[in-house]
Design a protein around this ligand. Sequence first.
Ligand code: UDP
Length: 355
Amino acid sequence: MSASDVPTIRLLGVDLARLETQEALGKIEDLYGSGEPSLIAFTNAHTLNLAAEQPTYKKTLGRAALRLNDGKGVMIAAWFQGKRFPHDLNGNFFTPRILSLAAERGWSVYFLGAAPGVAEVAAGRLVRLLPGLKVVGVRDGYFSPAEEGSIVERIRSSGADVVLAGLGNPLQERWLLRHLAGTGARIGVGVGAFFDFQAGEVERAPYWMNLLGLEWLHRLVLEPRRMWRRYVLGNPRFLYRAAREALGGRATRVRGPIDEPETGIGSAIPQETGNNLAIPQETGNNLAIPQEKAAGSVVPQERGKRSKARGASASSHSDLPRREQPMAEQIDLAPAAPKDEGSSSEEAEHVQRTR
Ligand code: UDP
């Protein structure tokens, strides 16, 4: 399936792929095979709201090689148009499938994001769960702009084929768009709080809430101060926008310029074509980073880490991808450990990034 062959559903002016799980995995294989750096973006009600409000983020999403439908909100929005996504390819469900594919194909993976120590715990757990998975480096997601160059070089030195960036929206997609080519990896995926879920930092919603599409409500209860804006205001806003779009009105009212301009990226690629990224290749010295190429391995984190992450024991988990099982049974993929309640707001978290 070439990029332009991917069937899509347009929501709030953004084309989302309309693919079954296996088709989406096949598409990722195609992108990998193309040799070009490709951004995979999970696209949900929150990110589409961001795109509606921030023109440059909409462009960033438009440059992704593959935009996957993430969550029930976008499924409802498609239904407003009389259309249907075959599966809910949300990040918690689909990211382990990408990792499973990587393990099968021998692609090595780098985990970038979350608080210090979290990605390492997540990597340890996933390496145990997914035989053959090679995690060749981890790094937390709190760094200054001055550190970005060395992070890119470290990823390059690790030899990673795939970078999972869990930096939150919109930072992770922007970061990947700017730096994926420099890392030498072919596939970059924005995974949000995936590392937190896998490490047990954030408790996953119970199964019944997943089935009812209420995972957002669970996150709202866990982190009301950070999430209320995203969900209490964002969900109705998204549905309003989607309904308006379905009725033929304008999908969005762009309030920009909210965003900073994008820099360091290649020429704009029409969203409809879903082409790979055209990002100038960064060069620089290779930093010697220990990397372990053995199957089912994870290298130590590169920076000092605190002992926040916990609850990552994985031995008894049966939450590996089980492709032969019905979709509904494949959802719960993270250990349920009590969450360390964050005190900062979403805005404060973004300020902390000191980009
Ligand atoms: N994060 C990060 N660097 C930052 C800000 C956030 O690594 O500068 C991490 C944060 O620790 C969390 C993830 O990004 O692990 C984003 O979490 P969020 O709940 O926003 O993700 P989503 O709901 O989009 O999956």
